[in-house]
Design a protein around this ligand. Sequence first.
Ligand code: WTA
Length: 683
Amino acid sequence: MKKTQASQKQSSSKQASPKKSSRKAAAATAAAAPDEQSITSVLHESRLFPPPEQFSSVARVKSLREYKKLRKRAEEDPEGFWSDVANELHWHKPWRKLLQWKAPFAKWFVGGKTNMSYNCLDRHVEGWRKTKAAIIWEGEPGEQRTLTYGQLHHEVQKFANVLLSLGVRSGDTVGIYMGMVPESAIAMLACTRIGAAHNVVFGGFSAEALRDRMNDSNAKLIVTQDAAWRRGTEVKLKDAVDRAMPECPMVKHVVVLRRTGTPVAMHPGRDHWWDQMMESVSGRCAAVPLDSEHPLYFLYTSGSTGKPKGIFHTLGGSMVWNHYTTRMVFDVRDDDIYWCTADIGWVTGHSYVIYGPLLNGITTLMYEGAPNWPEPDRFWDIIERHRVSIFYTAPTAIRAFMRWGEGHPRKHDLGSLRLLGTVGEPINPEAWIWYQQTIGGGNCPIVDTWWQTETGGIMIAPLPGATPTKPGSATLPLPGIMADVVRKDGTSCKPDEGGFLVVKHPWPAMLRTIFGDDERYRKTYWSNYKGWYFTGDGARRDRDGYFWIMGRVDDVVNVAGHRLGTAEIESSLVSHHDVAESAVVARPDELKGNALVAFVTLKSDKTPSDQLKETLRNHVGKEIGHIAKPDEIRFTDALPKTRSGKIMRRLLREIASTGTISGDVTTLEDFSALERLRDGEEE
Ligand code: WTA
């Protein structure tokens, strides 16, 4: 019998009712006009959800008091604190010095030797976890595979030998251009086993993007597959590699996994089939003890301007931070089936699909395809069938689920879930509540996790058994993270005053540099505030010290002298029941200096009309205040997004201001969405 979880679970929240929003029309206009120093915050959300008791009672950290104790210890006794955390893992040689900090360059666990693959695999295989599922995989067409820790260990050793046989050595770079198949995890782990840095390029990127990333990181070998399944069609990865190769002189070999069986051209001497290579190598390859500061991976992020940045992470710090944050934020336990929906092409896929879960010896689920294939209930179907207990996804996905309607999750028993997470963007309170109620049945803590490719792992997030949550807030920094919101001059903002999010002390997983460009590294992250890391995000802290991320400061709009974070206005629009998603940008206006343009996607059963435009403008006026009322509303059936789901406001700004696009669109997910917007076509 199928039960919907909403009826199984009781809301355990004592202080909050999801219906009762006490969102206040905020004091944007009443507040003292901010100078250029800070950002005006207009959205106030005061619902508070304490951790469910049955969750807290068995959690690692059970109360805010315990969290504060940990935080104090991390600040007062970093040596002791970090030694305890790092010593949960295996070190082939202990470190001499915890941190060497010559701003802006940090080294952690100096002199220590360790190995990521050893810690993810060998450590578990020596004990009972040898027969435990490490990876449960589901292909888009429906195939299923489970790899135990023992099997994964075996495959990784073999593939490490394949890499060695093709001339890859410690310190080399290996490109990985694959979809979500277990072999992409095997390839990553094999690299770490022999000390090669991996550079994973998202399988949806073009041949040109692949070429640039391979050349910039000096990759010697590429691991790919014939094609990947996505929404029932094949994404031809090997073809793209072939197109990139003529301009990748450093790449000597390509290893090709057969996934879909589509015919591909194989270049003799250069291209090798995965299965054939695996047949001829031994199943033993010892993990090499590597220096703590040995390269672990490169991952390229597109900045709003300029060429992509090769974010460079090293071994010891990333490993410790992935291990620690997965343990703390997801409070993982041995019987969890953990599912993070990110693609391995993003940092979330690195830290929280592969490394964090495997370091902790838990079972991580990988799904190959789209959330709406063959039907929009695919995710809920997967959760029900695999009894997923921890689910971690992005706000953009949650808003898509809302748009598709709650009939889809309602068809499934989601009662196995005990914890939900989000990452990637500010989650608007409406989506948070929907997630909590419709997916979590009112009974799962939600961990809204703030972090970046650059930070290597989660920085600000609730500890689910300890931190009362507020919809839309990433809550408090993890113990060991000294985050603050500051003005332009570096002084700390007052409660609820918007400013710039900084981290005032290095942390183990911070990027070490932008590969090949120390100057850009210095300029991008360390030039605004001496000795502090500038995140590029706007934020405020409320009276409880909770952090509210207001979006990238590049996206801040200036209206009538107020600098407003777009995320807050968007959140207000999405709180209207007809709206699925929105993006707000400013365009120059002769009269006002700036006019606000809101691009709005409606829920699938709603129809656009002029009357609705007016209603939405008034809705924002009522929710936030006159100041934030969009001057123009444009309905659209899709917003231009990066492939990781972030709205590309830069493009919308161009469309709103000039009606055309001249900038770089290589990271865009769905070009047709943009074309339609540019042509002024509305739904
Ligand atoms: C945004 C993803 C609000 C933020 C791990 C950050 C968030 C950028 C959150 C990094 C969150 C990420 N709340 N905003 N919980 N998580 N962001 O490098 O602007 O793809 O700077 O890393 O995403 O994106 P990236």
